[in-house]
Design a protein around this ligand. Structure first.
Ligand code: GRF
Length: 213
């Protein structure tokens, strides 16, 4: 059975959507551990609700970034995961971590990459006046927010949107594309060819919310 470790830092709404999908769709997978760098992360309660053990590695308790990074790598390796899922993990991973888990480390980013990498993507989308926004699930590579794209979900942007309303709409699509991408991974259906991800057998890799303001 494949093993998954999920890294979080905060709210944990994506974590919940993944744990719910595991139950609903009876994935034959062991979500072995949730690891968080924040002792107060709300996602810890969600993990407990679903009976998933949690490891807290408080980055503030380490003398240096290097020390924390080394511990995070060691801890994550100790569970021997087939897949590491970043679900709102707000620390930049070390090059060693990314290298070690190459092709089995995925992230969700709240924009249609390559538009709006980095933070505050919803505000950036509103400022840019884009009419579509969304989220991207991708493999993690050494360049931040640039890895091979597994799935994208688009949502409309309305003229009266605020950062908060847009974030809520994007989260809805995040909660369907992330479990979908993980399911493909578990099924061994993801292939990276020339830097692009193909699902085999072929399946639509783009999703969209119904247009209802
Ligand atoms: C989401 O917007 C996700 O795209 C980004 O961080 C946020 C995490 O939210 N990477 P949550 O903790 O899953 O609710």
């Amino acid at each position: 059975m494949k093993k998954i470790v999920i890294l979080i830092s905060g709210r944990g709404s994506n974590l919940r959507s993944i744990l719910q999908a595991q139950l609903l769709k009876a994935w034959e997978v062991d979500i072995a551990q949730v690891i968080t760098n924040r002792p107060q992360a709300h996602g810890i309660e969600i993990a407990k609700e679903f009976g998933v053990p949690v490891t807290i590695l408080d980055h503030q308790a380490y003398y240096s970034r290097q020390e924390f990074d080394a511990q995070l790598l060691k801890k994550t390796q100790s569970f021997k995961p087939d897949l590491v899922v970043l679900a709102g993990f707000m620390r930049i991973l070390s090059p060693e971590f990314v290298h070690f888990f190459q092709h089995r480390l995925i992230n969700i980013h709240p924009s249609l990459l390559p538009s709006f990498p980095g933070l505050n993507t919803h505000a950036a989308a509103i400022t840019a006046g884009v009419k579509w926004h969304g989220a991207t699930v991708h493999f993690v590579t050494q360049e931040m927010d640039l890895g091979p794209i597994i799935a994208q979900g688009a949502v409309p942007v309305f003229s009266n949107d605020t950062e908060a309303t847009l974030e809520q709409r994007v989260l809805q699509i995040e909660h369907s594309i992330y479990p979908q991408a993980i399911e493909w991974f578990i099924q061994g259906r993801l292939h990276i060819e020339q830097g692009n991800v193909r699902v085999d057998p072929a399946q639509q890799q783009f999703f969209q919310l119904p247009i209802t303001p």
